[in-house]
Write a protein that binds this ligand. Structure first.
Ligand code: SF4
Ligand code: MSK
Length: 643
């Protein structure tokens, strides 16, 4: 039987859940077998009620839907709609942050402050906003208004596109894929893929690129940059990760989801002396705030608060019996949580009008009453502490360093006075570092939890490839111990280890949450700008990977990486395999259009091989190819992986 997870804390709590006949994501995943092969291959269409239609990939019958749609059209429409779904999620997140910046600018005494003034000025400049003679609130007001306008813009180009290298912008203009406005491209994607509109799979995917770019260089980048302005740009700090961060003696409050707008207020609320005293009066030693998924990444990166786990650990956190309240906002929150909470004393609290769950306690979160609401939620969690029954907190927890924003990498590599990407480029040119790979994305119960993330990253760093991470992948590798400077000596190849030891950084850099994949785009643009590695992102020895993906958001990220010129490999499989014609388009032909292409590979060793070969090819093209042999990982070495 395939192992469910390489994380012992997960295995132990899963066994507990099984003994108590509790459902988990793994038990439900088993119940879904066998899965619909049409759906898995992208061959099922239910875009109108003449269907649903399914294409038979092997036989001669059922080769078209009732309307005449072929396999490639159906696969393209489904894939494009996943891009639109992912782009919508990231971008709606960005919109909320822009609204919060607007509120903060207009209400300087209401709890939200503008923390990073230097970034405020820099981003304002990118948006063409004059900063001279204006105070920070005035600049923030103009910036928030312009950022909000970017969502509804109907023509022209979104501003952050100008951050890409010139040849990349020219390529996008040549193919007419520069996003005009964020919402506009998402809506148009939905329109084009409704019954009876765009029946040219290549044309659908060109707009798929425009929609995804509206996410990466639009909604997500707005979210990242405006969050940094409001809450501070992350810089390296120490933290801890895994379910062992839950406290036996304190009130455990877990934040879960994506938007830091509420969690930042919860951070303040849990530091309130009155609430700390209340916790003590209830028999607790204090308040322990921890996170799951990307909200966890946000509070870790800016405050050093611990991470309890990634997406597949959300139910298990409740199963410890030690969580007084789990406070959720949007995205990646399982609707199974209230059922599980019923078996323990844990409160599930929803906070977004957009994301309610029956049987959870709902608070309507608004900027106006943010701190008040946060305090009330924390108060209720504290009062729930005496209801705690027996607890099972796993012992697993790991130290890590996180907070490698694009700016922090500049500082780390070059110091305060000569900070730049020049040392990174120099080390890539001299071969100490072979290349840079963004390993990102979710976990998926279809495969052994965390294993693909950990084994891929281990092999990449052993081959002198610097890894930049976000999302649940960063959490997986944090648990495995890769996010500490000491891991350079233990796991990295000689060249990468030398660089890491010289500057005191880990070989795996945690850059943030899912929207922070936009930081990777900025880093790649900066590598091009600094020089020596070609004129466009597509010439860099870099790649992207999402080894255990599951979300539509991952598909949007993959598409904007590819459309930005990056070779991007997904694990598990992609729902496109039902159309060899479509596969050829995105796995091969895309490279001739964008200089980047998709690949799917379930075997992590092969995935690492594809990435290393790609990086070697790019190095050869750049004339910097002298290097050493690939370090090969055999099955024995892979089996040793455990958390
Ligand atoms: Fe079938 Fe075409 Fe309707 Fe899709 S759009 S369900 S393929 S008839
Ligand atoms: S939380 S989108 S499971 S990375 Fe951003 Fe993790 Fe994927 Fe959600």
């Amino acid at each position: 039987m395939t192992k469910k997870s390489i994380d012992n804390s997960v295995t132990a709590l899963m066994e507990k859940a099984e003994l108590q006949h509790l459902e988990t994501t793994w038990s439900r995943s088993e119940q879904q077998k066998p899965r619909c092969a049409f759906g898995e291959q992208g061959l099922c269409c239910h875009n109108c009620y003449m269907g649903p239609c399914r294409i038979n990939p092997k036989g001669t019958n059922r080769q078209k839907g009732v309307c005449g749609a072929t396999a490639e059209v159906i696969v393209a429409r489904n894939f494009a709609r996943m891009i639109a779904g992912g782009a919508a999620a990231h971008s709606d997140h960005g919109r909320e942050v822009a609204k919060t910046l607007l509120f903060a600018a207009q209400n300087s005494d209401a709890g939200y402050t503008i923390k990073d003034i230097s970034k405020l000025n820099k981003v304002a400049k990118d948006f063409g906003i004059a900063t001279e003679g204006r105070n920070k609130e005035e600049i923030a007001l103009k910036l928030a208004e312009k950022a909000l306008a970017a969502f509804g813009q109907q023509s022209g180009e979104i501003d952050f596109i100008k951050r890409a290298p010139e040849p990349r912008q020219a390529l996008w203009r040549q193919h007419d894929v520069v996003p005009r406005g964020v919402d506009r491209e998402i809506v148009e994607m939905m329109h084009r893929t409704t019954m009876g509109v765009d029946h040219d799979y290549k044309n659908i995917m060109l707009h798929g690129a425009r929609t995804a770019l509206a996410d990466g260089w639009g909604g997500s980048m707005i979210a990242t940059e405006l969050q940094d302005i409001l809450f501070g740009t992350p810089s390296p700090l120490r933290g801890k990760v895994n379910l062992g961060v839950l406290s036996e003696t304190e009130v455990n409050i877990i934040v879960h989801g994506h938007e830091p707008v509420l969690s930042e207020m919860l951070v303040l609320a849990t530091q309130d002396p009155e609430l700390i005293n209340l916790a003590k009066s209830q028999g607790a030693a204090g308040i322990n705030l921890a996170g799951i998924c990307c909200t966890a990444n946000e509070v870790l990166l800016r405050h050093g608060y611990p991470i309890a786990g990634n997406i597949l650990q959300q139910e298990l956190a409740i199963a410890t019996g030690a969580v007084e309240a789990m406070i959720v906002d949007v995205q990646c929150i399982m609707p199974s949580l209230p059922e599980l909470c019923k078996c323990y004393h844990s409160q599930l609290v929803t906070t977004s009008k957009k994301g309610k769950i029956p049987n959870a306690k709902h608070y309507d979160f608004s900027e106006e009453e943010a701190l008040q609401t946060a305090k009330e939620i924390v108060r209720n969690a504290i009062l729930n502490f005496p209801n705690r029954g027996s607890i099972d907190i796993p012992k697993e927890k790991m130290d890590l360093i996180a907070g490698f924003s694009h700016e922090a990498i500049v500082y780390m590599l070059g110091g305060k006075f000569r900070g730049s990407y020049t040392p990174l480029n120099d080390n890539i040119i001299n071969g100490r570092i072979k290349g840079v790979v963004g390993v990102v994305g979710c976990c998926n119960p279809k495969v052994t939890h965390d294993q693909a993330h950990v084994s891929l990253v281990e092999e990449l760093i052993a081959n002198d490839i610097l890894v930049v991470q976000t999302g649940c992948s960063a959490i997986a590798c944090g648990k495995a111990g890769f996010l500490t400077p000491e891991s350079a000596h233990k796991y990295a190849g000689k060249g990468l280890a030398e660089v890491c030891q010289a500057v005191g950084m880990p070989p795996v850099l945690h850059s943030g949450s899912c929207v922070d994949n936009s930081r990777i785009l900025m880093a790649l643009s900066e590598m091009v700008r600094v020089g020596g590695l070609g004129k466009d992102i597509s010439e860099l020895p870099v790649a992207g990977a999402a080894p255990e993906w599951m979300s539509e958001k991952a598909i949007s990220i993959g598409q904007y990486f590819v459309a930005s010129g990056v070779f991007t490999v997904f694990g598990i499989g992609l729902p496109v395999e039902g159309s060899p014609v479509f596969c050829d388009h995105i796995y091969r032909e895309f490279e001739t259009i964008f200089g980047g292409k998709w690949a799917a590979e379930a075997d992590t060793g092969k995935m690492a091989g594809m990435i290393i070969n790609h990086i070697n090819q790019k190095r050869e093209n750049l004339g910097i190819s002298k290097g050493r042999e690939r370090v090969l990982f055999d099955m024995e070495m892979r089996r040793e992986l455990a958390i």
